[in-house]
Design a binder for this molecule. Structure first.
Ligand code: DCP
Length: 690
């Protein structure tokens, strides 16, 4: 008896505590508890470790309820007021937020179909050596997948068109579609797809209504935040919404229309209806005789339907003007939009209404969610014997945090479809550009390097020049060469790269050759290397826009002074690269001139010279430019001494740095449960610095 009383008491305490915490952590501001929420306790026994896990299900009554079983999902039908609609500050918690993810169908294959003008029904795959990397939709009907080898795919579909990606070979300024490219001499180029991707992105920019935010998510995907233009369209279509009752901006909006026309597939809980209801993009469906959960149209549904039309119109532009077929998903946030985009492909768009979120998410294999695919996902799966989102809904936030640390709140949220990340346009150019090659025949002599340097230089040159068409002042601060044997440690050398008005393959290859000489050996040496090189890469780093009207070498060195903290780190780790940029060559008429090519530092008495890369391209430079460059070099050198002085002083920096958010997954230590601290505690123990 006393035992059961104690258990009852414990459970009641737990219920009360869980309820408080649930309320505290609920992201919903609009969530209103009815006076008597019904509490359900569900117990789940775990075999390893054996314990009881408590699950609470709150069943809300009233307008906020979606269905009883949706109670783990909060805020599915938030109250929307005039203030929400009329506010100019639209944040990630906006209840009328509408986000789309648009994905090109079988992208590389689509690019080749457009380039070759093949019939849309023609099966086509893109290959890289003997592997398939993209499969168009007509080929998928033959069961061909990316996992197949070209020969096997051809057996399944004798009519198959196989396009090998373009490749560079030494001496090419542009990649070509060679008949029989050889991995021993050629290097794959994805430049064509990158260029087409930019075209599509620009077409979206042109076609989207004003106020839509666009973010390139990958080579063939972009997110679009339609919230602002949708808001404007709602006010245009329903002008009575523009007038809040005097002094009562927090009044809920009047009821929305009772039907909505959807120019899209509706994510449905009834698979049989999907077939009938999920129409081709040109057709429409009306919520006429709906499922019970369809019956209540909300203002958010209306907002979604407006975004659907906007998305359709932008996709039509891409289709008609560029020839690309795309698919889109439209929902309340980025995570859900991405999931929804693959609901029906190709050439289609799908909508996830808030009411459908629980039904769509619950059966979803949670390890397909980003960041839950690796060891963390495995550990979660094992811990809770879970495979679907629905399984994880049974795990309380407290339980997650006890086992995986404080930060695991994101798991708790993401399985409920909560994602507050913004759609943000990234700067058009990545800060680095790389060209790399896995060498099927390893390099065993130093003299074999320049061939690959030249092939990679061609690719880098093309990429930088392409990027300069958009941002003319772009230039990389450094060029780096890396080599590796198998998976052993990478050897790397970098040097400053000068600003050149015309970046040529010769110039990039010359800088690459110089690095090769320093890292591997003389360019003409036939002496066997101590290690066989199986991977090489050449990259531009710190690619940034310079001043457009200051495109000389002055731009190269006149960078903003680094912060002492940053300089200190550099000074400690890499003196050579800061100070001894590269020794100037010796004497002779064309040799370095004091006060122009180098100076002697009063403090360290070293000769500090302009990098050889600058003097190497001397024909590009006039004396004034060199003087300016030298001035910058002096300032930078003083900065170096300053940083060195600083580094000798005790400082806060001695403390271990906080973990960087760039992570890779690492096994967790067994049997250690604890609370989310750093240093390998909590969720962070599943990740390690890259
Ligand atoms: N890609 C690749 N190797 C992979 C995956 C993809 O080279 N392992 C390339 C080829 C794809 C492109 O990236 O065309 C985009 O990849 P997606 O995963 O988006 O696949 P697709 O666009 O080809 O097909 P889907 O329509 O299913 O998205």
């Amino acid at each position: 008896m006393w035992f059961s009383l104690a258990v009852t008491r414990f459970l009641w305490d737990k219920v009360t505590w869980e309820r408080k915490r649930f309320k505290r952590n609920s992201p919903s501001r609009g969530l209103v508890l009815t006076p008597q929420p019904r509490l359900f306790l569900i117990y789940k026994t775990h075999s390893r470790p054996r314990r009881l896990s408590l699950r609470l299900a709150f069943m809300w009554k009233g307008k906020s309820a979606v269905t009883d079983s949706d109670s783990e999902f909060v805020d599915l039908n938030p109250t929307i007021t005039y203030r929400h609609l009329l506010s100019h500050a639209l944040g990630v918690k906006d209840p009328l937020r509408v986000i789309a993810l648009c994905d090109s169908d079988a992208f590389y294959a689509g690019c080749e179909m457009v380039r070759l003008g093949v019939d849309p029904e023609q099966p086509l795959v893109v290959s890289q050596w003997d592997s398939i990397i993209a499969v168009n939709y007509p080929s998928r009907k033959f069961g061909i997948t990316r996992m197949d080898k070209v020969k096997d795919a051809q057996k399944r579909c004798p009519n198959l068109v196989v396009v090998h990606v373009a490749t560079y070979k030494e001496g090419d300024a542009e990649p070509e579609y060679w008949e029989n490219p050889d991995t021993k001499t050629h290097k794959v180029s994805l430049d064509f797809y990158r260029r087409e991707s930019n075209k599509i992105h620009n077409m979206f920019k042109e076609s989207l209504p004003a106020g839509a935010e666009l973010e390139k998510a990958s080579i063939d995907e972009c997110f679009i935040d339609f919230t602002r233009p949708v808001r404007e369209e709602l006010l245009r279509r329903y002008p009575h919404l523009a007038q809040a009752p005097p002094g009562a901006a927090d009044t809920p909006l009047p009821p929305p229309p009772t039907t909505v026309t959807w120019n899209a597939n509706l994510v449905s809980i009834r698979p049989k209806d999907d077939v009938a209801n999920n129409l081709q993009e040109s057709s429409t469906s009306t919520l006429g005789d709906p499922e019970p959960e369809d019956s209540l149209i909300t203002w958010h549904d209306v907002a979604l339907s407006v975004a659907v039309d906007m998305m359709q119109s932008a996709r039509d532009q891409v289709r008609t003007k560029l020839g690309y077929s795309t698919s889109a998903g439209i929902a309340r946030n980025k995570f859900l939009a991405k999931l929804t985009a693959s609901y029906r492909k190709p050439n289609s768009q799908s909508v996830l209404r808030n009411a459908m979120i629980p039904h769509y998410l619950r059966p979803f294999p949670f390890q397909k969610i980003r960041f839950l695919g690796g060891k963390l996902g495995n550990a979660v799966a094992k811990e809770y014997e879970a495979s679907t989102v629905g399984d994880l809904l049974a795990v309380s936030l407290d339980e997650f945090q006890r086992t995986f640390g404080e930060d695991s709140i994101w798991i708790w949220e993401i399985v409920r479809g909560i994602d507050r990340s913004e759609v943000k346009e990234k700067p058009p150019n990545s800060k680095s550009m790389g060209a790399s090659k896995n060498l099927p025949t390893p390099v065993t002599m130093s003299c074999e390097g320049p061939h690959w340097i030249r092939v990679m230089a061609a690719e880098l040159t093309l990429r930088l020049n392409d990027a300069r068409k958009i941002s003319p002042g772009l230039w990389p601060r450094t060029i780096a060469l890396s080599t590796r044997q198998g998976w052993s440690a990478t050897q790397r050398k970098q040097a400053p790269f000068p600003f050149l008005r015309n970046v040529t393959i010769d110039a990039v290859a010359a800088a690459g050759d110089k690095l090769w000489k320093e890292l591997v050996g003389p360019l003409n040496s036939t002496k066997p290397l101590s290690t066989k090189i199986t991977h090489v890469s050449l990259s531009f780093n710190g690619v940034e826009a310079g001043e457009v009207n200051q495109q000389g070498i002055e731009g190269f060195l006149s960078k903003a002074p680094s912060s002492p903290r940053k300089r200190k780190r550099q000074a400690n780790s890499d003196d050579e690269e800061i100070v001894e940029t590269l020794p100037a060559s010796s004497s002779g008429e064309s040799g370095p001139k004091p006060d122009i090519d180098y100076f002697i530092c009063d403090r360290c008495k070293r000769r500090i010279a302009l990098p050889e890369e600058l003097t190497m391209f001397a024909s590009e430079l006039d004396e004034d430019t060199k003087k300016d460059a030298l001035g910058s070099l002096r300032a930078e050198h003083q900065d170096f001494h300053f940083a060195q002085d600083l580094s000798k002083m005790p400082s806060d920096d001695e403390r271990p740095e906080k973990p960087n958010p760039k992570w890779t997954v690492q096994p967790r230590k067994k049997g250690k449960h604890k609370d989310g601290g750093t240093n390998g505690e909590g969720i962070e123990r599943f990740f390690t610095k890259r």
